[in-house]
Design a protein. Sequence first.
Lengths: 464, 224
Amino acid sequence: MRRLPLSVALICAFTLISVLTFYFVGSYLYSHLRVQLLRMDSEEVLIKAQHLRSLVAAEESTHDLLTHIPRFAGQVVGSNAFVVQILAAGGQKLVDFNPSHLPADAGPVVPDPVPLQDLELHQWRSAKGVTAHGIAVQARLRDGEVLTIVVGRSIDDVLEMLNGYRATILRAVALGALVAILLSYILVHRALRPLHHITEEASHINVEGLNVRFSLDNGSPELREISVSMNEMLARLERGFRLLAQYTENLAHDLRTPVNNLRGQTEVLLSRERTIEEYQALLASNLEEYERLSRMIENILFLTRAGNAQIAVRRAELDLEEQLRLVAEYFEGLADESGVSLNVQASGIIKADAVLFRRAVSNLIANSLRYTPPGGVIELSTALSGAGTFVSITNPGPEIAAEHLDKIFERFYRIEEARTNSASSTGLGLAIVRSIMELHEGLASAENGDGFVRFRLFFPAVAA
Amino acid sequence: MRLLVIEDEPKTLAYLKKGLGESGFTVDTARNGEDGLHLAMTDEYDLLVLDVMLPGLDGWSVVRSLRARKTTPVLFLSARDELDDRIHGLELGGDDYLVKPFAFVELLARIRTLLRRGPVREMEHLVVGELEMDIVKRKVRRGGVRIDLTPREFALLHLLARRRGEILSRTQIASYVWDMNFDSDTNVVEVAVRRLRAKVDDPFSRKIIHTVRGMGYVLDLEKP
């Protein structure tokens, strides 16, 4: 489903909310007012009816009543909206005060002793379209004759006022909604302007220009947060791309050396007739370079795949002592040749891929052997912590300068440029160690001690 | 033993034919899938060496068609080594999968393993000239003189003697003797062989452990 643009959605939401709020508040006020006005009006009618009832009760007979008509008429003087009638038992109108000629249709007659407070008025509509309400009540003369009093009132004036009020409310709602739309439009646009800014800035970012950053000086704290985290992302990407570019460059550079050897020595040898032995020596030397190239290709593919998590990690329980002794034994001869010995002090079990584990450890030992002076001892040890297991490879020897410590695990990173051609090293050994640790969700680190260098592999505890 | 090599890259084909021929195999060749499949179907071969990427009919298709009628062992060669490719190759009925670039001795070893088929009987005694190995008691004598070897040295000598006359690459040796199944940047194997030689060969005038430069090591009475 296509989503509405955020700005449109926000404006619609604001408008809807304000229209609904106005509407409900207006309706509430209107209905409250209506009830109040009608009640006041009906109270007036009831009071008049009550009053008339007590006036009737004070009269002796219809005759007396007729002599006192002005008393009754006085009740309604000054208001043409009222109708007051007093009917004899036979239906004869004793009093008929009806200036606006309302038909009096006051509904059922309320019997005499029943009090009138809070009674509902009867409402009717005349043929002329006048709406009125009123009440018919019984009243008793002193001589015992029962008369009927009808009091009514036209409420057209009240209804007219209410209608006018309703129209005003509707106008206010419409106006309020318009104002809300306008204000929300302005507000949303103001609030989203930094986003447009960010979009605009983002459109300028490409692989060649990863050094741009989003400006932080506009917008709300939330948008600032977005900018900050996007800047961090950019920094990581920039670093990643720089490393990749550097990696490609290093790769090409490192391929040059063996290819140059191959080409050069073959060209020189072929430039004139040679003895069989010379040809053989050349081919054997070439073969060594080919092997180096093959190994580089294998290592690069390993790193690329490890980076994309395309290497299957077959975890099994490994006895650390057994595994470390195995690797130490593998290097024993080589270490012995350079007067170095290997010491294993290990215990514990980890869940890891045996081949990858040995590869990581042997890459570290191979690295340590290069820097350990004759007579030195390379220590292979383990330590258990709450979070997992550390495997340490410690060798005596020169410290690694602090600026290199973090970087030695990067591909082709070499502390000294001069080592570029050191025999068979591909410069990828430590990068592979780091990849292997990442495949195990672990960590590889290096640290300096007093006259020694320690590499540590951290394997987090894995739920069995 | 007759082999059929199906490979479109001329240089690869040429050296495979030459190398395998010199290792004692009769080698027929085909430059594309159609010709190769035709030969494989009409003739009898002990083993097929089959490149995966071929013009027209590719290696996968060749094996699929071949397997409908024949069970000739197939060794795939490929420049691609993603796990999926390997699994695909083996599922289709290939018997082994070797990734380029490979060491020629590795190819030879794989071919020999496939041709041997069935369990290899381990011998209790190995004799090469005046060298005697008692595999059960793990004792070595040469010319009647007892030679003391560490367990790994014994394992190395045992491997070389068992594969007498066969060149073993450094990677193969690391894998068999130390169970290190990856290429290492170090010359561990060279050192180990040098140390073994010091005990087995140096005191004697006739050398039996030979270095084949750039390829690996071989144990035999004569240098290859």
